[in-house]
Design a protein around this ligand. Sequence first.
Ligand SMILES: Cc1cc2nc3c(=O)[nH]c(=O)nc-3n(C[C@H](O)[C@H](O)[C@H](O)COP(=O)(O)OP(=O)(O)OC[C@H]3O[C@@H](n4cnc5c(N)ncnc54)[C@H](O)[C@@H]3O)c2cc1C
Length: 659
Amino acid sequence: MAKVLDSKIPAGPVPEKWKEYKAHQRLVNPKNKLKLDVIVVGTGLAGASAAASLAEMGFNVYNFCIQDSPRRAHSIAAQGGINAAKCYQNDGDSVYRLFYDTVKGGDYRAREANVYRLAEVSNNIIDQCVAQGVPFAREYGGMLANRSFGGAQVSRTFYAKGQTGQQLLLGAYSSLSCQVQAGKVKLFTRYEMEDVVIVDGRARGIIAKNLTTGKLERFSANAVVIATGGYGNTYFLSTNAMGCNCSAAVQCYRKGAMFANPSYVQIHPTCIPVHGDKQSKLTLMSESLRNDGRIWVPKNIEDAKALQAGTKQGWEIPEEDRDYYLERRYPAFGNLVPRDVASRAAKERCDKGFGVNNTGLAVFLDFSESINRLGLDVIMQRYGNLFEMYEEITDVFPGDVANEINGVKYYKPMMIYPAIHYTMGGIWVDYELQTTIPGLFAIGECNFSDHGANRLGASALMQGLADGYFVLPYTIQNYLADQSIWGKISTDLPEFDAAEKAVDAEMDRLLNIKGKRSVDSIHKELGHIMWEYVGMGRTAEGLKTGLKKMHELEKEFDENLFVPGTKEGLNVELDKAIHLRDFFTMGQLVAFDALSRNESCGGHFREEYQTEEGEAKRDDENYFYVGCWEYKGKGVEPELSKEPLEYEAIKVQTRNYKN
Ligand SMILES: Cc1cc2nc3c(=O)[nH]c(=O)nc-3n(C[C@H](O)[C@H](O)[C@H](O)COP(=O)(O)OP(=O)(O)OC[C@H]3O[C@@H](n4cnc5c(N)ncnc54)[C@H](O)[C@@H]3O)c2cc1C
């Protein structure tokens, strides 16, 4: 029986909701906070900000991460920036406009009230981070600088060169360290959550593995928060850090937390193209580059063929023979259309044979016009580290002059192609960020979040920090308000015992398969299936084939996997095997959701549902809901429940980036 999900959104016009909600908070009696323990799993921007804030409010926090330092969480990779509606540029920005752009960018599949709250707290995040000393870029006169990201016609992105995630994480880490020093946060680095423990229907703790000794340990708390990131690495090749995995989220899903909108996966248009079959990682070239870089392919197929054969170079093609296809198709937003639109447009050109490298799967990102207009110095100030990173990987420096045609200098363009980057789907949460399991909360990329079917650039950091600094610290108190009656939860309870034994038995099972295939070889094959059948263009038939192939490969995993070593001590292969087991569950979940959603919206593109111009064709009559999936067992189709979406402040319409 499909469940009715209560999103707990208070009634009233959207802009009043968050205010009204805060006014009715049931805050925990300050004396009792000292008795309450909260587990926060994850030290990325969401986890670190939440752990620091909860500790500052008086709770005892146990904070876990798999890296050797919180500063190494995947969030450190974020390059381009973080959005906020400060309107420092005086260009007409406002909280409403950020709210509107985000809902529209998500193809009208986000929860309206949540997005309003996100836009509203966006400005507080910048103030908080500046107070922590985050060195945001500034104008000559001292004001914080801004640049533009896709899906917006204003400049609202705050940045620290191409290292915004790193600087924000250092800020959050300094707050966290303060609380560690004060004794309010106990940090567990190189620990991995292996299961969530449910006692009488509530999340009461976790089983974690000490990754250095291999020992399983039990931790109890009054509430558990997971902030464990997204599931992009299900596709094997992605822009995500190699350590990113979705195991914690899948463990919660298996224990009864619903998983929402898994098919909404973001494919980023500006990544360095795949260059061989030995690759295990793809590199993002920040979206910020689309502020000054122009995307193009040749107009003539002969030029494209020559580029593919290596007999011609991009800089030899004159202006009149270049097709700046985003500017042509979407004059109002040009190169700054949202990611899903830009990615599909690149695929369309390459599928038609206009790709510009030897595989035919690349387009140019060219800075000639902006370097000629602004000078290389200005461009280097904005994107210096990205140019250097591109050169390190490809041996091409995009600031090098390569040719001069009719007095115009042409610089060496970058080559880019779409790649898996971010996951909008995640653990379902209500307005309070609580999952369907009482006492279990999910924040940051691992929840299904505020981005609908497509996330706009620079909005993930905004959401992670909004959740961690400004939303969860309030909302979790509604749950904790009456929890002090329980006192310390014992880890000797039979539920902890059973959970630990099950994790231990599972590790034995994986070690004892003693087959012939490495984890990576199977993961790579899963990635191929995902990209081929559950990737940028999906069809009902392809999704069914993908599911069948995933079942077969999962069988191969269960029967022919080889994990060297033992449970004792450090065993990276065993940890990867556990992640891969969960990527199988996740991959199938993405495919089931994609198969059930007979429409195209945002990052979910079903080829059967497109307009004559190749744009995504939504079906609001039948699919205007959040798809929430309940685990029903290994290899069994999960059960779908629906949370209907309600829009009051924004009129739902077809997305238009053309005029
Ligand atoms: C290359 C790149 C560039 C990006 N640039 C931008 C940008 O410019 N702007 C923007 O807004 N967004 C950007 N993003 C997206 C953004 O960086 C992420 O969405 C965001 O950082 C996720 O933060 P998080 O805290 O939710 O998760 P993460 O940063 O992924 O942190 C996850 C944490 O959980 C821990 N963890 C995971 N599993 C377990 C477990 N089982 N047990 C214990 N701990 C666990 C990890 O150790 C880690 O501490 C970018 C992403 C990439 C890949």
